[in-house]
Design a protein around this ligand. Structure first.
Ligand code: HGY
Ligand code: MN
Ligand code: MN
Length: 396
């Protein structure tokens, strides 16, 4: 609730977009809470924040938990924030119970998980593991033309005393708490989601270029109307993405028309594609047809289709997934296994260390919306599973 004040929206939601002044302020508050608890904070070159609780062996690979502090522009209080603060709560629980671990335990707040202001998403975690290069992201711009390089420099400069941390350091295991962002747990009456994996997803950026013209004087057969071409592409894509089983996900979240004047034939349209599926073969086959589908509907306009984000379906580590299940059982919490429809930083961590996620229900499955809500009891239950798992994993 306190963190939600940073970027608070009048409708109860949160707008704390990556590397924004609101994100910078929220990060500073989080660091203050950590330092008040006596933990050392550090940051790597892409702004990932690390909070370390020492173990008896300072050289042992740490166990990590965490999530992200950035939000969607019309986000909720819990997406990302829960996982970061659950990590801090778990560290405090280890302190309160006097549990000593061999391995250090660290909480991480990954930079720009959402990919809303700057694409791609999971920017901090994918750069950390080396799946994306710094040079690939520093030149990304937001809608106002602001570079990641500049917004990142401002973010790092706002916490000048944070020691720098290397990237890709070895990690023993990673566990992330997150709200489900779907209705499955609530409908099944379960408190804990034992997340088995994350579906694959692809993002595309499509630019359609026509010709501005006078809406009154230009014959329609001579017009190169980028909006009408883009609309034809959207309808053709909708047909391409038909799936009677309703497993395939397809969203056009951004659709910009230029110059946006009532009496000028649109000369340019930019739109985004977000498509997802748990089966790599289905995802790859549909994604492979996107460009041709757009070209076929372009008419007299030009079109450029760029894939901006691609991550395959991933399965989490069986032993860590089973530990989520065993811990929930031991704590007497009703649980079930499920896959994640939403993407998470854990998807990248799974490429470098044994990883898993703990879900808790959110009301009606609403997320990426100001009405996003989870109960204190469910959030506390997820945090208890996390604290138990961290104590266990950090003594292996
Ligand atoms: O897009 C996603 O799935 C994540 O919630 N950012
Ligand atoms: Mn999230
Ligand atoms: Mn999200």
């Amino acid at each position: 609730m306190d963190l939600a004040q940073f970027g608070a929206r009048p409708d109860g939601g949160v707008n704390r977009q990556a590397l924004s002044p609101e994100d910078i302020a929220g990060r500073a508050q989080f660091i203050t809470w950590c330092e008040e608890q006596g933990y050392a904070c550090s940051s790597d070159a892409v702004g990932n924040l690390f909070v370390r609780r020492a173990g008896t062996d300072p050289y042992a690979d740490p166990v990590l938990t965490g999530s992200h502090l950035d939000s969607q522009p019309t986000g909720g209080k819990f997406d990302g924030a829960f996982g970061v603060l659950a990590g801090l709560e778990a560290l405090q629980a280890l302190d309160d119970t006097g549990i000593i671990t061999r391995r250090p335990v660290e909480v991480v707040a990954w930079t720009n998980e959402e990919g809303s202001r700057f694409q791609p998403g999971c920017m901090g975690s994918s750069v950390f593991i080396g799946a994306t290069g710094m040079e690939d992201i520093l030149g990304c711009r937001d809608r106002d033309g602001v570079l990641v390089a500049d917004a990142l420099a401002q973010t790092l400069a706002a916490a000048p005393n944070l020691p720098r941390r290397s990237m890709a350091f070895p990690i023993a295991a990673y566990v992330e708490c997150h709200i489900e962002q779907g209705p499955i747990l609530e409908q099944a009456g379960k408190t804990i989601g034992i997340v088995t994996g994350i579906q694959g997803y692809r993002w595309f950026a499509v630019e359609v270029r026509g010709q501005e013209a006078h809406s009154g004087t230009t014959p329609r057969r001579a017009q190169k109307d980028a909006l009408k071409a883009a609309s034809a592409m959207v309808n053709a894509l909708e047909t391409l993405m038909i799936d009677e089983s309703d497993t395939l996900r397809f969203t056009i979240g951004r659709f910009e028309v230029e110059p946006g004047s009532p009496n000028v034939v649109p000369g340019r349209v930019f739109f985004t594609i977000d498509m997802r599926h748990p089966d790599q073969a289905v995802l790859a086959a549909r994604a492979a047809a996107v460009e041709a589908t757009c070209r076929a509907a372009a008419g007299t306009c030009e079109v450029t289709v760029t894939q901006t984000f691609a991550t395959p379906p991933i399965a989490f580590d069986g032993a860590v997934v089973d530990l989520v299940a065993e811990t929930a059982d031991r704590l007497g919490l009703p649980s079930m296994r499920l896959g994640s429809g939403a993407g998470h930083d854990a998807g990248y961590m799974a490429r470098v260390c044994p990883s898993a996620m703990i879900f808790v229900p959110c009301e009606k499955g609403i997320s990426h919306h100001p009405a996003e809500f989870a109960t204190s009891a469910d959030l506390a239950a997820g945090t208890r599973v996390l604290a138990d798992m961290l104590a266990d994993l950090a003594n292996r």
